[in-house]
Design a protein around this ligand. Sequence first.
Ligand SMILES: [Zn+2]
Length: 303
Amino acid sequence: MFFFKMLGTAAGGGVPQWNCACQFCDRCRTSPQNVAPRLQLQAALSGDGKAWFLLNASPDLRIQIEANSELQPSPGLGRRNTPITGIVLTTADLDQVLGVLLLREFQPLTIYATALVRKTLEANSFFRMLERVPNQLTWVEIVPGKKFSLGESGIYCTPIPLEGSLPFYARELDTGEPGQASLGLLLEKDGRRIAYTPSLPEITKELREIYRTCDTVLADGTFWSDAELNRTHAGTPLARSIGHVPLSGEDGTIALLADLDFPRRIFVHINNTNPILDASSPEHRAVMDAGWQVAHDGWQLDQ
Ligand SMILES: [Zn+2]
């Protein structure tokens, strides 16, 4: 068995975003039947449906746990328990690590992270709340390209090094070492191979070789076009300049992966400016026609 579930599918800020009145945030508020609300990116996986691992930890994690009974404590196991066994961190971005702080109620946790991501979090005094009692937090160091086992789950995980630097709040800690600040993940169990790459600064030959061997690829669906964010909010950057290959165009993700025949391809991490959020848009239609799915909160892999 290999359970894989998306608990949130939006990019940072979610859909709608608290301070955004762009057309999709507005339509999400006024007609959610056309533009569905989405929580910030969060994935969970399990080898048996009982012990669960989180891929990063979003600021919406508390709501995501309450919306998914698999992740909730069970009264039969005592007053304090959780099926959440560990967290794999692929970045130190706030949108992907703030949720760790929400899990601080003296609950023992295992965090898998690179040495640099660990150092970044430990440099922040908030994270001392996770080390108030002995054995509250267990760090497992992960290394780009080196396969490791996710606890006793039977799931193997290989970190895929990506271009990327530490976020603004920690930029002075950056070492420039490839794959330390940003990772994709190759997840394997029982012959099934899933690539989890919600942030793609470029589609390299190496990445295509990994995708070629996968049955399921979850890819960066942040922006439809390079200029989309900038067109919506003046003064904001282009998609590629902030580490996201857009979906459309001759050099976009859809075109660059069109010749690979892995069976299942899904976009995650969708920004609230992306027209594919509207199920009736031509862009959404183009994504479907190209054989891609647009993940929604609660999306899960068939067993
Ligand atoms: Zn918006």
